[in-house]
Design a protein around this ligand. Structure first.
Ligand code: ARG
Ligand code: ASP
Length: 710
């Protein structure tokens, strides 16, 4: 296996091109990537980026709370990540009197930093190739099920037998669709405190209107700190904990960026699918995305109406609205990008070449099998999408009913767990109802249940909604169910197990949820998983065959929430004919967008004053204050908060988004049009120094001038 991949890497390295894209494994950069980075202007060696024995850039990169990325920027464990990654924590510290979302928050001493129960960060100690152990006893004659269970057993053994310290964890992850496996040894810290954040009018400037868009003007950053025990080891929160001493932290460059400068983005991309067959992309674009877009569009329209009419609802639904809108907007851009870049035709072309070139019956058989499998999965995949969107994502009452039916299953199986499960459920319900409004939920329900009844595949639709007057059903449920507030939902789970079950089964909201739950867990999920297992096995063979058939082509492993690097250049793009977007935005652009009092485009008075007096300190670029810039780095969800690093290993920016025309990069990265969006590090420094006037944080940083030194 190993030599097999080495040969591929060698082949690729023979034809270094200006081609870009790919999210690469940090422990495998020697050869092709190192050379390619040099050709783009980097001075970094593979070992500067990743080294097991010496400290390297990787020691400054952390997986932030399981979803985002953050980086260490001082020798006292100071962390930089996005405002939208810290949003939940910032919101949880906010009240009407201390509204940190609205006003920002800046600690003046370590003691003022705010603890965040439940928050954690993970550092990578080392990465090891364990492909041969993971694939032991695996052969091509196995069924999909046999193959998977053999691999699962091997992985469990590798993780169990890994040589790790008591404070470390070992986890094996699959790469190249199950053709390569790596072991990750990690350390997790749990005492993470909020250090500072700008107000939303900077950190979320432009909000949903500007989301996924260039030109952009958002100061999307926030600061946290890792705390450790006195031996620098992970420890639960304690006031005696001290700032973590990192193996490495990133200096920050004051020299900024220019067009064509090398950029390296180092972080934890979540998920991409670059090697799907054409038939799968077709299904996403023409079946799954349109259904999901339609559901969310309807839900958002209703929520927006209520939010505009009522300030209380506006606050309650702000975060929910933003997260529903985020992927709604992404899917629309994705579909447009796939159409425009003719991604489906491109994949078909590749498949035709693949079948011809490999000149092997089994290659054609792989493609034919994909056709069958995607045809077979279509209805159940669509039903799954409807279920997730209608039942789980967009209707509070139904989501609550699913929590309750999970609770019923647990206490039925294990009656002794009643009190513990009740306590957990109470917390979940409290969180759900904190931002719940019965009227809004009912309106969304009525609309979405109609969509569901009309469009969800018949075989996977619950009988309760078939041939019914759904307005009447909606009214009945919202009048009679106790699942319309936290306090009444709590009534349902008081008393003994017998009493609880009786109350639940009489509640019409719960009964409906139970029907949905049974449909999902007894029918949709088993069927979907069974076909997915076959797809996964076919995908593994296809990936291997693709690499063997096109030895000169560039194959990088799909994102899987593990540490990766991606690199490119600062570069503009042509979104459409005769239009060119240059790659840097400035504070003057913030002022162009300024709409006093608007919830998306208001600007704090202090920032206006600084703009008028041009009081930019050492952070300006020829008298102008840079805000955001774009580049050709291949990123995805999870890369938010990733550092953007220059040719010398210094921080120059903070990744937070992608451009609208390029959101299809998760399926089809196209270097002509795919761009990531970053905050300029100088804007972050300017906000901390001039806007927040927080000298203690500036003093903690290492500011450097790599360009002037040359
Ligand atoms: N689109 C970015 C990402 O996928 C930023 C989302 C946060 N901002 C927002 N306005 N919802 O996460
Ligand atoms: N905004 C995304 C994130 O939160 C990044 C992206 O999808 O480009 O990770």
């Amino acid at each position: 296996m190993k030599t097999y991949f080495k040969i591929i890497v060698l082949f690729i390295s023979l034809q270094i091109t200006a081609q870009q894209g790919g999210m690469w494994i940090p422990s495998l950069l020697e050869g092709m990537n190192e050379k390619e980075m040099k050709s783009l202007g980097s001075n970094l060696s593979a070992k500067d980026i990743y080294d097991v024995n010496e400290s390297s850039l990787k020691d400054a990169i952390v997986h932030f709370n399981g979803g985002c990325t953050a980086e260490i920027i001082s020798d006292s464990g100071l962390l930089l990540t996005n405002h939208h990654c810290g949003y939940g924590a910032i919101q949880s510290h906010s009240s009407l009197n201390n509204d940190y979302l609205k006003d920002g928050f800046w600690s003046n001493t370590n003691a003022e930093e705010l603890p965040n129960p439940g928050m954690f960060i993970t550092l990578i100690d080392r990465i090891e190739d364990v492909s041969s152990q993971a694939l032991k006893h695996v052969n091509d004659k196995m069924t999909a099920k046999e193959r998977q269970s053999t691999i699962d057993k091997n992985i469990a053994k590798i993780e169990k037998e890994a040589h790790i310290e008591s404070w470390q964890e070992a986890k094996v992850k699959s790469f190249y669709k199950g053709n390569q496996y790596f072991l990750f040894v990690t350390v997790t810290y749990n005492d993470i405190r909020l250090v500072g954040t700008p107000p939303s009018s900077i950190g979320k400037f432009g909000s949903d209107t500007d989301n996924w868009m260039w030109p952009r003007h958002t100061g999307d950053f926030s600061l946290f700190r890792i705390y450790a025990d006195k031996n620098n080891m992970p420890a639960a929160y304690s006031k005696d904990n001290v700032p973590y001493k990192p193996k490495h932290f990133l200096p920050i460059s004051l020299d900024g960026v220019a067009v064509d400068d090398f950029t390296l983005v180092f972080g934890f991309p979540g998920r991409t699918d670059e090697y799907l067959p054409a038939v799968a992309i077709d299904q996403i674009v023409h079946t799954l995305n349109p259904a999901k877009i339609e559901i969310r569009e309807n839900a958002l329209k209703i929520m927006d109406g209520y939010m505009r009419a009522n300030d209380q609802i506006k606050i309650q639904y702000a975060s929910k609205y933003a997260s529903i809108a985020n992927y709604w907007k992404k899917w629309i851009g994705e579909n447009q990008g796939i159409e425009k870049s003719k991604a489906i035709a491109q994949k078909q072309q590749l498949e035709t070449e693949f079948a011809q070139k490999s000149n092997d019956k089994s290659s054609q058989a792989l493609l034919t099998k994909f056709d069958h499998l995607y045809n077979e999965v279509e209805d159940v995949a669509l039903a799954r999408a409807y279920w997730v969107e209608v039942v789980y994502q967009n209707i509070g009452l139904l989501r609550a009913s699913i929590y309750l039916s999970q609770f019923e299953n647990k206490i039925t199986k294990d009656p002794k767990s009643l009190n513990a499960e009740r306590e957990k459920l109470t917390k979940r319900l409290e969180a759900l109802y904190k931002n719940y409004n019965k009227e809004v939920d009912q309106a969304v329900f009525e609309k979405l249940i109609q969509l569901y009844a009309n469009k969800n595949p018949e075989a996977y639709t619950i009988n309760t909604v078939k041939n019914k007057d759904l307005s009447v059903l909606t009214q009945q449920i919202y009048q009679q169910s106790k699942l319309t507030s936290f306090s009444s939902s709590k009534d349902l789970i008081t008393g003994s197990k017998g009493e609880i079950l009786e109350k639940l089964h009489q509640d019409p909201g719960y009964s409906l949820g139970k029907d949905f739950s049974d449909m999902y867990y007894n029918t949709i999920n088993p069927k979907y998983n069974q076909i997915q297992l076959e797809i996964k096995a076919n995908q593994a063979h296809y990936m291997k065959a693709l690499i063997a058939t096109f030895p000169k082509k560039r194959f990088f492993p799909d994102a899987n929430s593990t540490l990766r690097i991606t690199y490119g250049k600062v570069k503009g793009y042509h979104p459409r004919d005769a239009v060119y977007y240059s790659p840097v935005s400035y504070l003057s652009g913030v002022m162009e967008k300024y709409k006093p009092g608007d919830y998306e485009f208001d600007v704090p008075q202090r920032l206006i004053d600084l703009y008028k007096s041009k009081d930019y300190g050492p952070y300006a670029d020829q008298g102008k204050m840079p805000v955001n810039f774009i580049g050709t780095n291949h990123t995805t969800g999870g890369n938010s908060g990733s550092p953007v690093i220059d040719a010398h290993g210094n921080l120059i920016g903070l990744n937070f988004d992608r451009v609208w025309e390029g959101t299809m990069s998760d399926y089809n990265y196209d270097p002509d049009i795919c761009r990531n969006i970053m905050v300029d590090a100088r804007y972050i420094l300017f906000i901390i120094d001039k806007f927040a006037d927080n000298q203690r944080l500036i003093d903690e940083l290492k500011l450097v001038h790599p360009k002037s030194k040359k």
